[in-house]
Design a protein around this ligand. Structure first.
Ligand code: GLU
Length: 395
């Protein structure tokens, strides 16, 4: 039946994060005791103050279509949040609320990237950026980094890679999958490069903003000269344990926001009305309300680093944010685990899944073929069991 599908769909890779989660779910349903460390999904419940506002919204009969770009009260709350947390002044007509930050990103790329235009991706990068660029017939231009430089691409690399076809740079800090946080100096250096190229846009994906263990979060649009060409994307999924509620949003120049609204109006309309009402409550409250989750993530990070560092061949760094660890496991390339010779990170992730029953994600999907991504958004108990299983398999 493949011949009936478009080339675009036939060539589109499935999301590696979601595929691994689906595979783990399937094995679990078949009675295998899998520990899922593949998905970036907090294991906490959504806080009660948010759940209660959703229940109120249902009882107040919020059941109709919302405006395509979101309720005006929500857009106003988002503007206040941007001012409070990010030092960025947006007006409500610069905000578009979508069904998850993923849709916000897809809207922007569909709106701005013309066939053949290049989008610079800083590896490691989140799996869907490259796929979304390819869907727009754009060209992902991948710049590499590795564990020795804390998985950060430099301003010089960006400068050297800019061509007349470059249309956009995607910056994601704190980063998925490395957890690295680009500091103010590093972002200022990138901005200095981009000042010489006024036609390049910046998509700043700040979805992990609040999962930060002490580094300063700097929003790219707040850097001098960057506001007029930066699109700031954020959402509630990671910070408020609301992945399934599917609300993301962006702040951008009015003309870009309008383009995204037009596109969304033809594809999905406004995001879920109950989830939008609950988001007003989530982002209006002080971010301190979720400190207990961030503190717990930090303890889990320390735990998983301590445990993984005892496994032969795992090279680790100590990231400042998000809830992933991204070890370099290239030591195993060309070696055998049981009777299987490991050729690459995908083989390694599959062996870990099949023999240790721990789900992770191969680094290939993130543009870093020596690594695997392990999510520690899981209980300490499961982290301990999972790492012991991996250790037993490898030692
Ligand atoms: N962003 C999360 C992850 O990287 C959720 C899955 C996805 O949409 O990729 O695991």
């Amino acid at each position: 039946m493949k011949e009936f599908l478009t080339d675009k769909i036939n060539n589109l890779p499935p999301s590696a994060t979601l595929s691994m989660a689906a595979k783990a779910r399937e094995l679990k349903n078949n009675g295998i005791d899998i520990i899922g460390l593949s998905l970036g999904e907090p294991d906490f419940n959504t806080p009660d103050f948010i759940k209660n506002s959703a229940i109120d919204a249902i009882n107040q009969n919020y059941n109709s279509y919302s405006p395509v770009d979101g309720y005006s009260e929500l857009k106003e709350a988002i503007c206040k949040k941007f001012k409070r947390d990010n030092k960025i002044i947006y007006n409500p007509d610069q905000i578009v609320v979508s069904t998850g930050a993923k849709q916000s990103i897809a809207n922007v790329i569909q709106a701005l990237i013309k066939p053949g235009e290049e989008v610079i991706l800083l590896a490691p990068f989140w799996v869907s950026y490259s796929a979304i660029v390819l869907m727009a017939d754009g060209i992902p231009k991948i710049l590499e980094s590795d564990i020795t430089n804390d998985f950060k691409v430099t301003a010089k690399q960006i400068n050297d890679s800019i061509s007349e076809k470059t249309k956009m740079v995607i910056i994601n800090s704190p980063n998925n999958p490395s957890g690295s946080v680009y500091n103010k100096d590093e972002l200022n250096e990138i901005a200095s490069v981009l000042r010489n190229h006024p036609d390049i846009f910046i998509l700043s994906d700040e979805i992990y903003e609040h999962i930060n263990y002490g580094s300063e979060h700097v929003s790219f649009a707040s850097i001098e000269g960057m506001y007029d060409r930066t699109i700031t994307v954020n959402g509630i999924a990671k910070a408020f344990a609301m992945t399934g509620w599917r609300i993301g949003y962006l702040g951008a120049p009015v003309w870009i926001a309008k383009a995204c609204t037009k596109l969304q109006g033809q594809v999905t309309s406004g995001a879920n009305c109950i989830a939008q009402r609950a988001t007003i409550e989530a982002i209006t409250q002080s971010p301190n309300k979720i400190n207990y989750m961030v503190q717990e993530f930090e303890q889990r990070k320390d735990l998983i680093i301590k445990l993984l560092s005892k496994i032969k061949g795992f090279k680790l760094n100590n990231p400042d944010g998000a809830f992933y660890i991204f070890p370099d496991i290239s030591y195993y390339f060309g070696r055998k685990i049981g009777d299987i010779t490991i050729k690459n990170a995908s083989d390694f992730a599959i062996v870990i899944l099949e023999k240790a029953h721990v789900a992770t994600v191969t680094g290939d999907a993130f543009g870093s073929p020596k690594n695997i991504r392990i999510s520690y958004a899981a209980s300490k108990e499961n982290i301990i069991i999972a790492v012991n299983r991996i250790k037993d398999l490898l030692h």
